[in-house]
Write a protein that binds this ligand. Sequence first.
Ligand SMILES: Nc1ncnc2c1ncn2[C@@H]1O[C@H](COP(=O)(O)OP(=O)(O)O)[C@@H](O)[C@H]1O
Ligand SMILES: [Mg+2]
Length: 250
Amino acid sequence: MPPILEARDLTKTYRAGEAEVHALQGVSLAVQPGEFLALMGASGSGKTTLLQLLGGLDRPTSGEVVLDGVTVSTLDDDRATRLRREKTGFVFQAFNLVPLLSARENVGLPFLLAGRDPNGGEAAARVDEALSLVDLRSKADRRPDELAFGEQQRVAIARAIAGRPAILFADEPTGNLDYATGNEILQYLYRSCAERGQTVVLVTHDAQAGAYADRVLFLRDGRILDEIGLGRRTEHPARPLIERLALLGQ
Ligand SMILES: Nc1ncnc2c1ncn2[C@@H]1O[C@H](COP(=O)(O)OP(=O)(O)O)[C@@H](O)[C@H]1O
Ligand SMILES: [Mg+2]
């Protein structure tokens, strides 16, 4: 199968006045449909920058991103935005829910923004299906402040996958959560992948989180230093990954 996402020799240089930061220095990768990929590395290694380029939230200084067969860099801003809305879902460390809307309304928001009625027909069915995947059907009418933090992040996951995006991107989705709740969130990301074939790209500095992935790319100073194949498993012990990372000097 052709990859669902490809990066070809990506570089990103940030300019801050006179100073230049070479955040990415030639990154190439390919993600297969249905794969759960983790991008790991220390703080400042370029993980978020890479995720933003892969997801079309920012443009590379050089190189190309090909998303579901479309070269993103050849698109103008409007078409790039449309492609991003159709093909990608995002989950961030901060849950970014709308406080005044119920869980169901938050999950339906992307449909509303695309001009579709989230309460009717196929859109409503997809909202329900996404809420079911994160086990929140029974709390669908609660507002974010009536939900625990982990439940709020589960709403964010449901919102990101309801439109069945080609790729779900998650940037440190457990960063604001305690260990047990963080593992729950990772279990739901894994479930989206295992049960409905969702392609997932997870950014994390945490081996416990990376251990949920099929494959881990390890970044250092804006380059991919190594690749660690873990394979699809139903259990996700961190230890084998921690041992591999130790060999890399991490
Ligand atoms: N908007 C920006 N302007 C200037 N430098 C930035 C910007 N965003 C990130 N950087 C720098 O780029 C490097 C990579 O950052 P980032 O991609 O956020 O890494 P990570 O997510 O792995 O912590 C760091 O040195 C960071 O300070
Ligand atoms: Mg980051």
